[in-house]
Design a protein around this ligand. Structure first.
Ligand SMILES: Nc1ncnc2c1ncn2[C@@H]1O[C@H](COP(=O)(O)OP(=O)(O)OP(=O)(O)O)[C@@H](O)[C@H]1O
Length: 279
């Protein structure tokens, strides 16, 4: 995978540029003029309270939701003219791998290459090697033949990341990759993301808290009510989350763990991020 990413010079356009991005759902504003540049090779977290517009910003950057005004450029190209989608690996929020289909881990991961492959062509040896490498990277090579339904939520999340890796993108957008993932899997995911960063990939992640990614994240953008409230180094957690031994209650529990889902509450105010210069 080391040949996958190349060094960039200063004249390389940002992986993503949003200029005054506004998004509204049914007339209700959700993004309120977001302007950010995400340079190639940066590992950046988007943080903020529930409903602040984090996922919407990711979807707007990928053209999944339309802007009401403003502009998005991807690798220097206005979104509507951008064609190099094989460069982008998107890991959506919430688990959808497998679903009702009894697919194996390897099949799901290989499905990440379909968009990049030419029509009616079969997987090449290089494609198959990329699938194996992606499985190794997320630590699931030994589960390749298993049905994804047998895996825990955290392991399934790693399958989704492997699926994105298998397409050999250089730009990753991950919407809450840690959601519903147990501590051990979170550490494994953090290792994967650190490795991508070291290879020079651009990684944009929506997170509720930095957790094991604290040392991996180079920059944090905090959204509040659809606006950028902080842009810089990662803010310190405060309140409940900062207490030693505090067990974070995530608003999106592991969907595969009914006991946990039933007992967990989803208080929107559990996450408090200290934004420099604000109350
Ligand atoms: N498809 C949609 N249609 C209508 N409203 C939506 C839609 N998607 C999101 N919203 C609303 O837009 C607001 C921002 O949602 P978004 O998911 O972007 O926030 P978020 O910061 O990612 O939240 P969370 O941390 O809970 O995932 C919320 O009030 C949400 O209810």
């Amino acid at each position: 995978m080391s040949a996958q990413f190349t060094d960039v010079g200063s004249d390389v356009p940002p992986a993503f540029r949003t200029v005054g991005a506004h998004v509204a759902y049914d007339g209700v504003p959700v993004l309120d003029g977001v302007s950010i540049d995400i340079p190639v090779g940066q590992t950046m977290a988007v943080l903020g309270p529930n409903g602040s517009g984090k996922s919407t910003l990711m979807r707007a950057m990928l053209g999944i939701v339309p802007l009401t005004s403003g502009q998005v450029l991807v690798h220097g190209v206005p979104l509507r003219r951008f064609r190099s989608w094989r460069r982008i690996g998107y890991v959506p929020q919430r688990l959808t791998a497998g679903g009702a289909v009894p697919a194996t881990v390897r099949e799901i991961v290989a499905s990440g290459q379909v968009a990049a492959r030419r029509r009616l062509s079969f997987a090449t040896r290089a494609d198959r090697a990329a699938v194996e490498e992606a499985l190794e990277t997320v630590g699931l090579a030994d589960r390749a033949r298993d049905s994804v339904r047998e895996l825990s939520g955290g392991q399934q999340q790693r399958v989704l990341i492997a699926r994105a890796l298998a397409g050999r993108p250089d730009t990753f957008v991950m919407d809450e990759p840690m959601a519903g993932v147990d501590a051990e899997n979170q550490r494994a995911l953090a290792g994967t993301i650190a490795r991508l960063r070291d290879l020079g990939a651009t990684v944009v992640l929506v997170l509720h808290e930095l957790g094991p990614l604290e040392d991996v994240i180079e920059r944090a953008v905090v959204l509040e009510s659809g606006r950028v409230a902080h842009d810089g180094s990662a803010p310190e957690p405060t309140g409940e989350c900062a207490r030693p031994g505090h067990e974070h209650q995530h608003p999106h529990p592991d969907p595969n763990d009914p006991a946990r889902a039933a007992t967990e509450t989803a208080p929107a105010n559990l996450i408090r991020l200290e934004v420099p210069g604000r109350d």
